[in-house]
Design a protein around this ligand. Structure first.
Ligand code: NAP
Length: 289
């Protein structure tokens, strides 16, 4: 990591913050992007107090003009980005049956979790590609010291972004630009705080453990990082789709929507998870219900 320029969106909280700290600890030159200036100042202080390097940018990446300016400013200052971690995202846990009149939920998740990531990736891709081309012929060698090519990764769970990453990975493979998809299990961060049900779940990983998965992606550059159970459930979905549907449906019935999703006011209780549901969640470690 030493000296590598690593840009992480949503790096002021939760998984992104833990990853930004890990990158600085390893000697990387972190670029942290988020909207709230105060939260950015907090993470900047934590990293610089520990002797690390970080530069923060306040930007709403869903605003295309701001997204373009961010990329332009970063490239002007750093010349290139070695690793992009598309981490900023929003998550809405609400059944389809409660979403008939909530088309805006689909729009706003796509806006941040897909379009903003694609925009930023496309804004930054030309620079690493140029570097890869102008780098020495050692670009494809795995010796880190010799490696000149820029590396760019995408992380998000959405199917649309996964498809984009797969296409891009195939196109840029021989230019030594790599994409890794991380299927993150449940992580205890401010994002999942509104879902009271998760407070009782025994199987949620910490932001530091999530940062380990990101560090692993940066070091090994695999195509995908997922939990073993996540891979098994994906295979089950391909081999026995109907059976997989039955299992998922049983799980869906076990885990109720949150009070907020049900339209209840603050303070109103949601149905607690049953013992059966908790055992199921322990067995299915890391899967989001
Ligand atoms: N926590 C989990 O269990 C879990 C599991 C799987 C995947 N994920 C994914 O992992 C990512 C990080 O989640 P987290 O749990 O760490 O969430 P978090 O603690 O809520 O952090 C979200 C970060 O994204 C930033 N952000 C939000 N909207 C933005 C925008 N429009 N432009 C720029 N930055 C924006 C936030 O800062 P500002 O609000 O200041 O902009 C914050 O730094 C998300 O994509 C999430 O979907 C989380």
């Amino acid at each position: 990591m030493k000296g590598k320029v690593v840009m992480i969106t949503g790096g002021s909280s939760g998984i992104g913050e833990a990853a930004a700290i890990r990158i600085a600890d390893a000697g990387g030159r972190g670029i942290v992007v988020a909207r709230d200036e105060e939260k950015l100042a907090d993470v900047r202080k934590k990293i610089t107090d520990a002797g690390g390097f970080v530069k923060t940018y306040s930007c709403d990446i869903t605003e295309y003009a701001a997204n373009d300016k961010l990329a332009k400013d970063v490239l002007k200052e750093f010349g290139h980005v070695d690793v992009l971690i598309n981490n900023a995202g929003r998550s809405i846990r609400r059944s389809l049956a409660l979403s008939y009149d909530r088309f805006h939920d689909f729009e706003r998740t796509m806006q941040l979790n897909y379009f903003a990531c694609v925009r930023l990736t496309m804004n930054l891709l030309p620079a690493p590609r140029r570097r890869a081309r102008t780098g020495t012929s050692s670009t494809c060698r795995r010796s880190v010291a010799d490696e000149r090519a820029a590396v760019l990764r995408v992380r998000r769970v959405e199917a649309a972004l996964e498809s984009f990453a797969r296409c891009a990975a195939s196109e840029f493979h021989d230019e030594n630009v790599h994409f890794t998809i991380i299927n993150m299990p449940l992580v205890r961060t401010p994002m999942i705080a509104p879902t009271k049900l998760y407070e009782e779940m025994p199987t949620i990983i910490s932001p530091d453990e999530a940062a380990d998965m990101i560090a692993d992606a940066i070091i090994r550059k695999p195509q995908r990082i997922a939990t073993r159970l996540g891979v098994i459930s994906e295979i089950m979905h391909l081999v026995m789709p109907k059976m997989s549907e039955v299992v998922m449906n049983s799980a869906y019935r076990m885990f109720p929507d949150s009070a907020a999703a049900l339209g209840k006011r603050e303070g109103e209780e949601q149905r607690p998870a049953t013992r059966e549901a908790m055992i199921f969640a322990s067995l299915m470690r890391g899967i989001h219900w």
